[in-house]
Design a protein around this ligand. Sequence first.
Ligand SMILES: [Zn+2]
Ligand SMILES: [Zn+2]
Length: 342
Amino acid sequence: MKAMLLEQYHRDLKWTDVPDPEPGPQEVLIRVRANGVCATDLKMMDGMVPTVTLPHILGHEVAGEIEQVGSDVPGLERGDHVTVYPTLGCGYCDACRHGIENLCLAAPRTGFEANGGFAQFMVTRGTNAVKVSRDMPFDEAAILPDAVAAVYYALTQRAKVGVGETVLIVGVGGLGIHALQVARIAGARVIAADVVPEKLQAAKDLGAHAVVNSSEGDLREQVMDLTDGLGADIVAEVVGGSRVTEILKQSLSCIRIGGRLLVLGYTYGEMLTVDTADLVYGQWSMLGTRASRLQDVVEVARLAESGQLKPVVSGRYPLEQANQALAALRETSPLGRLVLTS
Ligand SMILES: [Zn+2]
Ligand SMILES: [Zn+2]
């Protein structure tokens, strides 16, 4: 089969022949139809993710059709549409036994330590293939396990968002546009912050109760005006990038007493600094959060199928043009996900 192969760091991916993957008895072979493109793919191409070994097939947001089912995989059939939960939990550690596979220390991940979906076919464990409705477009299904489930897990499991709480989403990008929808579904009041008017309009269209343009005035002042001077119960930072330290400083200034900071955007080597007095007197919780549980992927699939949540795809490229999509992601910050189709 053909794949977009990462052969060398800091180089373009190469459309090249690789061996056909063969599913084992508990695995399925998927004909790949769509891949979300994520900032973590750029980190891997830059050699920043130490667990990746070359040559490697990227792609951890994959959807496709089941092509072949292993002999020990019940409940899936050839032709089923699936999205792929990327964490291959060991199944035996405390984290896996509690269903929090994204904390498993021994888990390879599709597109990281295991080959991913930037290829014509891929293999995964049958349990990791989550069936979705045939009515759901593949590009939307592809972005459920990461761009959608990661923020769903962050808000519902990590921050335990409650009805009537105020959630500030800092950054309306591929994660933020879904985070605001999840917070709304959970019954929270949502404020979305960004510097791009079109993104703020999209945030409103998808249910943000208020939006603030942080280039048109101090973020803290605007958030305090919207919250009777109290601040937000939950502040979710979903930007990352080279300015993440400064963005986190602004984010912290918007937290209400007793509030929580959720950090999803990150950059290797960039620090989060917090005044220890603010932390203690504010009784803040600081929560790093990554990926999701299998259960979260199943739940966001059901929310998307029922129309309560809209996976937002803002650009499509053929798989063979993955380098163009990755370059576009590096240079801009798209509203939703860029997706590779095949
Ligand atoms: Zn990702
Ligand atoms: Zn485990």
